[in-house]
Write a protein that binds this ligand. Structure first.
Ligand code: XMP
Length: 518
């Protein structure tokens, strides 16, 4: 895409947060790993942002940019903004000096703007910014101007004189930086001269055309969950090629919520899909999961059985309808990040079921949403007229309730967590808080505790309640739900769900905890 903003990824999750912010401001951004950046990426960019990263530029083997690429950017007059690690790298490459800080600077800091520059236009001279660094730029590159400082950081922002090249030590992409969005916008619009015209909805037309052009006939298999991602992906494919070749397979893994599989089937039918097939494979999943305790092993087992069931169904369907050539998946950007598929620097955290779905079926993958963030998928889904209930539904992990039963999964435990899930969702909707949360769900702990029910001693399971606020699941804060609501949920669970006598509320953020328990 012409005039795109290229966010160069130096590891961690900074680059994706920056790209999201840039897109929110209406400029199309793509993340490119630092060691995959090509000369044409530089030449084709409307602006280049060098992201933060967990490394130290002073370390041997720290990620560096091929110097010829930076030269090219300068020669071609590209606007460049280095953030945090990118700021230090830029300073170093341009002849400045970076040194190891003694204490570092973490959290909120007061930034003092020292010069009148378009980067800070419309923002006050003194403002709150978010800092997270140990090293610091000790002297800026020759021919540059220091634009701002904090108490711990003399060169909190600099500009290369006569060029559109900037470095900022703080993180304009995080919400804690008061005027971060304005600073990014100043850079992209005021300095780089880009026009904010990108909307995810508008990208759909191009995607539909690409799918249509790539489609060479044959049947299309969709592993549908009824969630917003896979449904929107399938819907886009339907827009491209019509409903006839599309077969959606909804697999009831036995790990779904109450009535979920049937609901998925009826929603999909109501959206005009002709071939929706429900496969009940719950027994198969349950027996494969017997004795499995390790979370990653659970994911592997589920992915394997899922694939076997899907493959079997695909063979059956091709006997009836003709050959399958494509597989549609609702993979989105964060799925790729968390599974370590995008951005070289990110560690593999959890192997996500929808990504590991093997390609052995010999099918070509269609992933229409692979470059979208969740909030963008929702915007697209809404623009396409998909039902609100679907659009604003909380994400539900591929391995389902299996990762919400800590330890071995049994039918009994699934029954408990399933019933409790319905109660939690119902109460949140009633309280009008469902949509304000990223996710909220109960988790069955492998712990029994003593309680008293009626007059008798009980010895039953404890449930942890997890409710988080997040923008993209990469980071999350526990939700500060009202006590009365928590009390109502807890009391309903212990009264209505047999086998539970205690409910705990989880007050940890991500990081360091993840959202799911496994
Ligand atoms: P964590 O638990 O890593 O989750 O903080 C981040 C987001 O991803 C979802 N999640 C999964 N989704 N397959 C999925 O499709 C999985 O194996 C999986 N594990 C976690 C989780 O619900 C949250 O939204």
């Amino acid at each position: 895409m012409e005039r795109r903003v290229v966010v160069v990824d130096f590891g961690g999750q900074y680059a994706h947060l920056i790209a999201r912010r840039v897109r929110e401001l209406g400029f199309y951004a793509e993340v490119v790993p630092y060691d995959a950046l090509k000369p044409e990426d530089v030449s084709g960019a409307g602006a280049i942002v060098l992201s933060g990263g967990p490394s130290s530029v002073l370390e041997e083997g720290a990620p560096r940019l091929d110097p010829s690429l930076l030269e090219r950017a300068l020669r071609e007059g590209k606007p460049v903004l280095g953030i945090c690690y990118g700021h230090q790298l830029l300073a170093l490459e341009l002849g400045g000096r970076v040194e190891r800080g003694e204490r570092g600077e973490y959290g909120s800091a007061t930034l003092e703007v020292l010069a009148d520059d378009p980067l800070f236009s419309g923002t006050p001279r003194v403002q709150r910014v978010w800092m997270s660094h140990k090293d610091r730029v000790a002297s800026p590159p020759p021919g540059s101007v220091v634009l701002a400082r904090t108490e711990a950081c003399e060169v909190a922002a600099f500009k290369l004189a006569g060029a559109r090249v900037y470095g900022v030590q703080f993180h304009p992409e995080v919400g804690h930086t008061e005027h971060g969005a304005r600073i990014l916008e100043n850079f992209l619009r005021g300095i780089a001269g880009l026009e904010p015209s990108w909307r995810p909805e508008d990208a759909v037309k191009g995607i539909v055309e690409r799918v249509r052009a790539a489609y060479k006939g044959g049947n299309i298999l969709v592993a549908a969950s009824g969630g917003v991602d896979s449904t929107t992906a399938a819907y886009i494919v339907k827009m491209a090629v019509g409903p006839d070749p599309i077969h959606l397979v909804v697999i009831d893994t036995g790990l779904l919520r109450e009535g979920e599989a049937e609901r998925a089937v009826s929603t999909l039918r109501s959206l005009g899909f002709k071939h929706v097939h429900l496969v009940d494979a719950s027994r198969e999943f349950l027996s494969a999961l017997r004795g499995v305790v390790d979370p990653e092993e659970k994911r592997r087992v589920i992915a394997r059985v899922y694939f076997e069931v899907l493959e079997r169904k695909a063979r059956e369907l091709s006997a009836a309808y003709g050959e399958f050539r494509y597989l549609v998946q609702g993979t989105i950007y964060p799925d790729r990040i968390e599974s370590g598929r995008a951005g070289r620097g990110s560690d593999r955290i959890k192997s996500h079921h929808n990504v590991t779905l093997p390609e052995r079926l010999g099918l070509e993958l269609i992933e229409p949403l692979a470059d979208f963030y969740k909030d963008e998928v929702r915007r697209v889904a809404k623009a396409l007229g998909l039902p609100e209930e679907l659009v604003y539904q909380h994400p539900f992990p591929g391995p389902g309730l299996a990762v919400r039963v800590v330890g071995e999964v049994t039918e009994e435990k699934l029954r408990i967590v399933r019933r409790a899930t319905s109660i939690v969702e119902e109460e949140l909707r009633k309280a009008g808080l469902y949509r304000s949360l990223w996710q909220a769900f109960p988790v069955l702990l492998p712990v029994k505790t003593t309680g008293v029910k009626g007059d008798a001693r009980s010895y039953e399971y404890a449930i942890a309640l997890r409710a988080v606020v997040s923008e993209d699941a990469m980071t999350a804060e526990f939700a500060k739900l009202p006590w009365e609501l928590l009390e109502r949920i807890a009391s309903r669970i212990v009264n209505e769900v047999e086998g539970v006598n205690r409910v705990l509320y989880d007050v940890t953020n991500k990081p360091p905890a993840t959202i799911e328990y496994e």
